[in-house]
Write a protein that binds this ligand. Sequence first.
Ligand SMILES: Nc1ncnc2c1ncn2[C@@H]1O[C@H](COP(=O)(O)OP(=O)(O)O)[C@@H](O)[C@H]1O
Ligand SMILES: [Mg+2]
Length: 426
Amino acid sequence: MKVLIVGAGGREHALAWKCAASPEVAEVLVAPGNAGTASEPKVRNIEVGAEDVAGLVKLALDERVDLTIIGPEAPLVAGVADAFGARGLKCFGPPRAAARLEGSKAFAKEFLGRHAIPTAHSRTFTRDSFDPAWVRSQSVPLVVKASGLAGGKGVVIAGSTAEAVASAQAMFAGRFGAAGHEVVIEEFLAGEEASFIVMTDGRHVLPFASAQDHKRRDDGDRGPNTGGMGAYSPAAIVTASVHARIMREVIEPTIRGLAAEGVPYTGFLYAGLMIAADGTPRVLEFNCRLGDPEAQPLLLRLRGDLVQLCAAALEGRLAQVPAAWDERAALGVVLAAAGYPDTVRKGDVISGLEQAARLPGKIFHAATRLEGGQVLTNGGRVLCAVGLGASVAAAQREAYGLAQAVHWSGVHYRRDIGHRAIERGA
Ligand SMILES: Nc1ncnc2c1ncn2[C@@H]1O[C@H](COP(=O)(O)OP(=O)(O)O)[C@@H](O)[C@H]1O
Ligand SMILES: [Mg+2]
């Protein structure tokens, strides 16, 4: 089989590595990939952009690709799965109509409401319908969200109603482009966050192991929001009973709701959840793809053939394929470039990758490129060092052992990934 992975980040390196491990797979193509995917056995990068839908379709036809897995959300929201389907190409990822669960937070809130799935109380506004008096009547903090795709930067936790009004107005004025033309304003939920990811064929659900990521740049979960500075699995907050509640109260009604509305969903479905102190899960958002960096520790733990799972899902028989999880915990630390999450410097030479390759664990590349035999930084989140261990604490030690082996000018990373689980004794 020939598999195509679309995307260029750490999630896509992990997907490519996992697919290459399948005995059924002869070759994995990655469009466009990075230096990590370029050096993986059985894997070849192709210079087609992740959002070049027509180019991707042509590539899959020319190369006779048997299965395509879409990494990032933008091509899904743009309809890449529909374009593949129209040409009879197998593509694991939801069609545009279903990807709206991520592409429009306003749509997701309406969907959640229609199906009585627990989430924060909210209202959606446009510039014309905006009602500052309603905002002033709410208690704070309030959460103000640009409805469209904003690369993880479109959410403001406002400590005052004045800040909430100003944030919404800035979004209407174009702060996030078209993504801010609609704005969701919602109640602030207290609790601990967890990422709950499943594979689905629209009827059957295969829950992935639980995971938790760290969005803030600095230790102690402080500092600016980022795309994610690290993640680990399992998330101690998702106990067996919380897991059962998430399945019953969130995932099952979501899949039933999509089916009832005639929206076919094949792909990864990611629910960003706030777990209250009593274990009640509430949906913060949906994503229509794997999380990055959650995918890196999750795929390291997946025992089973991802290619078989995706192929089965595309045939509506996901329930028939077994999947198991490594008993060990996995923990990934993101190594970022100078300046991240603001403007970053690119082109620094990364050293120590060969030494790191001899250590236990796995380094997935994100923003890297090859030049003249050297691996250079090529963006904000550069690498993700993932360790495995009998406990989250042991996985953390392995991950930091890897992180310490590599270096470039300006590299920085958090020292406390997994601290919540470790404080719980995990
Ligand atoms: N209602 C809420 N209450 C508390 N925190 C929230 C709420 N909604 C979002 N957040 C915080 O903001 C972050 C980003 O919001 P999210 O809805 O996941 O949007 P995105 O990932 O697209 O930026 C969440 O991970 C969470 O930390
Ligand atoms: Mg989120």
